[in-house]
Design a protein around this ligand. Structure first.
Ligand SMILES: Nc1ncnc2c1ncn2[C@@H]1O[C@H](COP(=O)(O)OP(=O)(O)OP(=O)(O)O)[C@@H](O)[C@H]1O
Length: 257
């Protein structure tokens, strides 16, 4: 059994007059430190899977295990990276990053040094005393990631975190975020509509079909692509082959849904 296991997960949303079967019989195992992505047509249940892993919703069927124990029976901490950075404009970047420890009344010298260290890792060592409005969108997203990393979550959920950024910033961030989460050995789940982003960041990609959402295909990303610069990776034959393969499957799914 891996670090995170979803076993026979199905979920239905009920309203007063009807119900929607959002996902059906999802089974997957993710090892500690792995990065996986979920791709699929709109409404195939990608966000529902993230909500179940985060504990926000309890699936109508099936079990989620972390390290072999049901997720409901332990305090698994979850980190999020979303489209919006939610930085506080009146606090400096360092103060924003220290927000979690501040709320927990745990701003020690050690934590302050850790904040600086993480900010340096994210290429933000020279803007620790700046305010969010002084930073570009990509820098703000990096600060938001640093703020989550300092709380040392077990699992990282990324829900289309780069969709508001320009193309060049997005490519650079994909690499930086994927490498940083690997360095800190975080188990990460990304929801995206962008095939290139999924290939650039992941160890493995799950393609979901809709109505209800099921795993239609699984793709392993060749290891050597991860060591390449994002621009170079996109020129690589393996990247293009995998892109074409996923594109065809996705089109077929969208056609049939
Ligand atoms: N709160 C809810 N109540 C009722 N139905 C819901 C609710 N949330 C999601 N659904 C339905 O469940 C299905 C899966 O939705 P979900 O948002 O998980 O898909 P998704 O793949 O994340 O979609 P998108 O790519 O459009 O963000 C859809 O049919 C959606 O309409």
């Amino acid at each position: 059994m891996g670090f995170l296991t979803l076993e026979h997960i199905s979920h239905q949303y009920f309203t007063t007059s009807s119900y929607t079967k959002a996902i059906e019989d999802i089974n997957l195992t993710i090892d500690e430190g792995e990065f996986v992505s979920f791709l699929g047509p709109s409404g195939c249940g990608k966000s529902t899977i993230l909500s179940i892993v985060s504990g926000l919703i309890t699936p109508t069927e099936g079990n989620v295990f972390v390290n072999g124990s049901p997720i409901s029976k332990q305090s698994t901490s979850i980190g999020y990276m979303l489209q919006q950075d939610y930085l506080f404009p009146w606090k400096t970047i360092q103060q924003n990053v220290l927000l979690g420890p501040y709320i927990q009344r745990n701003v020690t010298q050690e934590i302050k040094e850790k904040a600086i260290h993480i900010l340096e890792d994210m290429g933000l060592g020279n803007v620790v005393t700046a305010y969010p409005t002084q930073l570009s969108g990509g820098m703000r997203q990096r600060a938001a990631l640093a703020r989550t990393l300092i709380t040392d979550p077990h699992i990282f959920l990324l829900d289309e975190p780069f969709s508001a950024l320009d193309y060049q910033t997005k490519l650079k961030l994909e690499n930086l975020v994927a490498n940083t989460l690997k360095k800190y050995n975080k188990t990460s789940l990304l929801v995206t509509h962008d095939i290139g982003e999924a290939i650039a960041m992941s160890d493995r990609i799950y393609l979901l079909s809709a109505n209800p959402g099921k795993i239609a295909a699984t793709f392993q990303v060749p290891n050597h692509l991860k060591s390449l610069d994002p621009f170079d990776a996109r020129q690589d034959a393996d990247f293009n082959d995998l892109f074409q393969e996923i594109w065809k499957e996705l089109n077929a799914l969208e056609h049939n849904s």
